[in-house]
Design a binder for this molecule. Sequence first.
Ligand SMILES: O=C(O)CCC(=O)C1=CC=C[C@@H](O)[C@@H]1C(=O)O
Ligand SMILES: [Mg+2]
Length: 370
Amino acid sequence: MLSIDKIILHRLNMRLKHPFVTSFGTTQDKDFFIIEVIDEDGYCGYGESVAFDAPWYTEETVKTTIHMLTDFLIPLLKKNHITHPRELVEILNPIRRNHMAKAALEGAIWDLYAKRENISLQQALGGEKTFIDVGMSIGIQPTMIDLLNKIERALEDGYKRIKLKIKPGHDVQLLRHVRRHFPNIPIMVDANSAYTLDDLPILKQLDDFDLMMIEQPLQQDDFIEHAKLQDTISTPICLDESIHSLNDVKLAIKLGSCKVINIKSGRVGGLTESIKIHDYCQKHHIPVWCGGMLEAGVGRAHNVALASLTNFSLPGDTAGSSHYWETDIITPEVVVKDGKIKVPTGAGIGYAIDWEALRQFTVSKQIIDF
Ligand SMILES: O=C(O)CCC(=O)C1=CC=C[C@@H](O)[C@@H]1C(=O)O
Ligand SMILES: [Mg+2]
């Protein structure tokens, strides 16, 4: 049994090395928290919240996550006995959605469980790969030169594919430029729902650029529209914001709304649901890859373990720590070599907290006794 003694919420503020610009806006200072779950034997598990400070990606925010955890999710956990992290889905089920809040807590409990069992998080999740392939997501850049330079540098660092952000007015022309300089590199684009079917003429032109896929071109609940679009274009569609659960995946596959799925544990409510989605997609020959939420080291470590499952067959948005941060909060930091990350084999997430760094970024701390 996992007997929890206390939970500590460490609220942090970390400045990204470079602002990340998408069709919704700009992120530079990341407000989030690390959730530390300590059991009666002194084992500690760590999770990271991924909601942003404003609800532009999904409806959750840092504040809603804290509200959900302190007022609902942790009180529910207190009332239940738990022997395995898989049981958490059922325990937290009375609370609707709020997937990022649930995932932060669940992630910490998976880490705690793995540490108690003295196995790696990878082993606990059923991952098999020794290395994972990594791509880079490049936000919208001030100028074309900046973008070309960023791509150049990512390729030099060995990244296996480049993801570019597009939006209306910032798409075909941009790809023409990029393809002129880099005719053969693996490129994909992410629209973060910036288009509608009225943009079909533009979206059809994207077929000319030999893209690996186009991520989330339409609105998050446009399953039928995505199916129509996938029927019209040959570039595979990948769904991100549309996928909140295994049921969404079933719907998307049934309707033909996509050919690829981006899994983000926070968006789907945690690692247990992520594994279910991974397994279902594998059975249906739909490749998946691990998305990113500009995580610090703890969230990044969880992503690395998850991406080691076999059907994560495409490079993910899990770039190395140094791409985002001057100093990360784990040691060693996550390192990318030749476009790959070695999956750690130590107990739990396999990286230690760098307490000095964590303290340096801490804004506040809340202790919840069990
Ligand atoms: O963590 C990373 O490097 C991936 C960043 C990234 O592309 C995204 C992060 C968060 C929200 C979005 O803007 C975007 C995405 O949609 O995948
Ligand atoms: Mg996306």
